[in-house]
Design a protein around this ligand. Structure first.
Ligand SMILES: [Zn+2]
Length: 344
């Protein structure tokens, strides 16, 4: 058995994180009492690639604890189906090294002795890992993961308490009993978890961890509002109440001028039955473009944009003149930021 720890707080120092440390225990004997008492239960495992016949493989695994004989065997995929009990012979005394064996099999060497599974390991081992964060963590929620046949981490769990901290746990090979029962074939890990953010709870129920498919049942993932304001005051809305259009001319400090079209938008935001906030936004277009930088492939011109505009200015009959001055100031800022040099 060996152990070590890692101090993650050095990677990204943060005053609000008091501790961020990983702990590992490796080479721990696995508890497989049933297999110790009754012996392992051999079944055929392997994969069929979707890319044709060549990518198929079969080997032997214990159906209960997931331990593989050494070597695991290289069975004929035409004769053995995945999940079928393995009733064939074992060859506990494999004379050659794994590399030599692989090379012989790759060259089509059909001596059954080489293709057969070897003996079960006497002392299967695995690892345990944890990461503890005390202080700010970026997660609020809890969940578990059941790995797949190819997972490095067989089982995993986490608890996130936001500003208080978080705890992540995982096993390597320990708990394969569960993975063999719940998720024996395929290469999709499954998760059950709940996370809280943006005023909602988001859940996954035995959902694939890394992939969404359109055929997944609808109950596997979902979300619900947990902010009381959502139910008391209604959903958040943002809408344009008024829109005014005008044409204008933007004069830049270097004496050049550009025709633009202007659109003034009055926005209202807030909850449907709650307090509303209004603000104004200026959307502008300059079809010919205003040069603000010297860039080989992005081009030199800006073709438009949107800027906030004060309500006093927006309410005034002079709004188009104010808007053109705002655009000129914004373009002058961009020129300074990009180090713009006018063409000679
Ligand atoms: Zn076993």
């Amino acid at each position: 058995m060996y152990r070590h720890t890692v101090d993650y707080s050095q990677d990204r120092p943060d005053r609000r994180v008091l501790l961020n440390r990983g702990f590992f225990l490796g080479d721990l004997p696995r508890l497989v009492p049933l297999c110790r008492a009754r012996g392992h239960k051999p079944v055929v495992d392997g994969y069929d690639s979707q890319y044709g016949d060549r990518e198929r493989s079969r080997w032997v695994i214990c159906d209960r604890c997931g331990v593989r004989p050494e070597p695991q065997g290289h069975l004929d995929a035409d004769l053995w189906n995945i999940g079928q009990p393995y009733t064939g012979p074992f060859n506990p005394s494999q004379p050659t090294s794994p590399t030599v064996r692989r090379q012989l099999v790759a060259r089509g060497f059909f001596d059954e002795g080489i293709r057969l599974p070897g003996s079960w390991p006497n002392r299967p081992t695995g690892g345990l890992g944890a990461q503890l964060i005390i202080g700010r963590s970026r997660t609020v929620g809890a969940g578990v993961k059941v790995g797949n046949a190819g997972s490095e981490q067989t089982l995993a769990a986490h608890l996130g308490l936001g500003p208080l901290g978080a705890l992540f746990l995982h096993t390597e090979r320990h708990g394969t009993v569960l993975q063999r029962r719940l998720n024996p074939t395929g290469y999709d890990s499954r998760i059950v978890d709940a996370a809280f953010h943006h005023g909602k709870v988001w859940w996954s129920l035995w959902a694939r961890r890394d992939e969404h498919r359109s055929t997944d049942p609808i109950w596997q993932r979902g979300s619900a509002n947990i902010n009381p304001a959502h139910y008391l005051l209604g959903e958040r809305i943002a809408e344009v109440l008024e829109e005014t259009k005008a044409d204008g001319t933007v004069y830049l400090p270097d004496g050049t001028s550009y025709p633009v079209t202007l659109r003034l938008e009055k926005w209202q935001r807030g909850r449907r039955r709650g307090r509303k906030f209004t603000n104004w936004s200026l959307v502008w277009d300059c079809p010919g473009g205003i040069p603000v930088r010297n860039h080989s492939w992005k081009g030199d011109n800006t073709l438009g944009g949107s800027l906030p505009i004060q309500s006093d200015a927006a309410d005034s009959p002079q709004w188009a003149a104010v808007a053109c001055a705002l655009i000129a100031a914004s373009c002058a800022d961009d020129r300074a930021r990009y180090g713009y040099q006018p063409a000679v």
